[in-house]
Design a protein around this ligand. Sequence first.
Ligand SMILES: [Zn+2]
Length: 297
Amino acid sequence: MSVCLAVDIGGTKIAAALVDCATNHIIERCQIATPKTQQPAILSAALESLLIPFIAQADFVAVASTGIINNGILIALNPTNLGGLNRFELVDYIYKITQLPTYAINDAQAAAWYEFISLNPNSNTDNMLFITISTGIGGGLVLNQQLQTGARGISGHIGHTVVNANGPLCGCGRQGCIEKVASGTAIGEIGTSLFNHLYSGQDVYQLALEGNSAALNIIHSSAAAVAELIANLTITLDLDTVVIGGSVGLAPNYCNYIQQYLNEKPELYRPRIILAQSGGDAGLLGAASWFAQQQSH
Ligand SMILES: [Zn+2]
């Protein structure tokens, strides 16, 4: 029986788990808060204390991490997000701690793979996009039933496709990325400037649910932008299924709004839209499953 030590490194928490590769179930799990100071030595120390108790039982390590994972090195698309961790040699650091074969992919890519293997086997899905609409917007692509990570780890970073060339400047350096226009953070920022009151995305969503039409318009604009992105990628990649996740994506009615905007388009632009099935462990389980499969080939 092969056991994977799966690690999920996010902006707020770092989770680690032993995963039974035969069943893809978690045997044991633990998590800590992500250190606030973005310094490699501090992150490395935090990883060490988290991982050491699991090492003896594991055969290999599979990491799902925020950021772009280019040949094992963490690269920030938006340097302000990762601060001092830009160019952190993630795989090397973890290998030094564990002395086990170590592999890493982006967390949304890992979650995409988990959503793919969780689909009904009768759904005949070949080309699937996973979109998470949350604080930011991320994604992962499965084409011909294989996860696409990309030669530089970039594949699936759909949050930085442009929906409004005159839109606000994004941290990645482009203007009007969908993340700046439609994410939970963007919903909060648009609400804050519209209502002249400091609101989070969740606050604006709540107002919309209570019937505030201006707030509802903000949510609709977000869903309309996501629907356009889905239509563009569907006609580019021949997607048959799109899985929607994230705190905004899974919020009441949001997916219905996306569907409503897609329904206005010709049939070729309308893939099957489903809600993400997995909860917070999609990154752990997706990374474990993907690298267990890669090893067996
Ligand atoms: Zn961007």
